[in-house]
Write a protein that binds this ligand. Structure first.
Ligand code: PRP
Ligand code: URA
Length: 209
């Protein structure tokens, strides 16, 4: 079963509080989501392999370490995932970026896929699928299935806020996928919104509705 990691770093928790706050406007909301994504990327990249390299300092040779060149891919689930991808790329600028377009039908709450574009060397990459919200889990489950159908084997899921129902669904359908969160909330309401959550992530990021 994949692990669930909730990042309890004080900066992540502080910024998440203001992301949740209904009085936070679009500009600040977007900036905070971007900052939290960067902080989460710092945590999620802890396992990356290093190799020994020697560089010349002004004083002499230094046996140091550099990343061993792991191939990473960041895959935001459109739309709201886009709010997190730049923040991640600040730390891992060489990562390739794929996109999966998915919206939740407001009546059935089932995800509808409308776009997929991934890097060509899917089999060789470690992917981080990103979306601020993991609610029923339908969107994340289908996005991960979409990557797997195209050959991806190494996938992590990173979300700001999850409901227990969404975590359970991802673990059921994709038991090998580790899930990284800033918060695990209480429940879903009757419309499939996370309680207390932050509202509609896409609308708050892009100023729609
Ligand atoms: C939101 C969110 C997730 C999805 C989560 O997207 O960004 O993708 O809902 O819900 P689920 O876990 O129940 O599938 P939405 O469908 O509102 O589309 P948007 O990003 O275009 O606003
Ligand atoms: N999608 C959102 O944007 N927010 C929720 O709370 C649930 C799904």
């Amino acid at each position: 079963m994949g692990n669930v990691h909730v990042f309890d770093h004080p900066l992540i928790q502080h910024k998440l509080t203001y992301i949740r706050d209904v009085s936070t406007g679009t500009k600040e909301f977007r900036e905070l989501v971007d900052e939290v994504a960067t902080l989460m990327a710092f945590e999620i990249t802890r396992h990356l392999q290093l190799q020994e390299v020697t560089v010349e300092t002004p004083v002499g040779p230094s046996k140091s370490h550099a990343l061993a060149g792991k191939k990473l891919g960041v895959v935001p689930i459109l739309r709201a995932g886009i709010g997190m991808s730049d923040g991640i790329l600040k730390l891992i600028p060489a990562a390739k970026v794929g996109h999966v377009g998915m919206y939740r039908d407001p009546k059935t709450l089932k995800p509808v896929e409308y776009y997929v574009k991934l890097p060509s060397d899917v089999e060789e990459r470690e992917f981080i699928v990103v979306d601020p919200m993991l609610a029923t889990g339908g969107s994340a489950v289908d996005a991960i299935s979409s990557l797997k159908q195209r050959g991806a084997t190494n996938i992590k899921l990173m979300c700001l806020i999850a409901a227990p129902e969404g975590v359970e669904e991802v673990q059921k359908q994709h038991p090998e996928v580790d899930i990284y969160l800033a918060a695990l909330d209480e429940k879903l309401d009757e419309k499939g919104y996370i309680v207390p959550g932050l509202g509609d992530a896409g609308d708050r990021l892009f100023g729609t509705k």
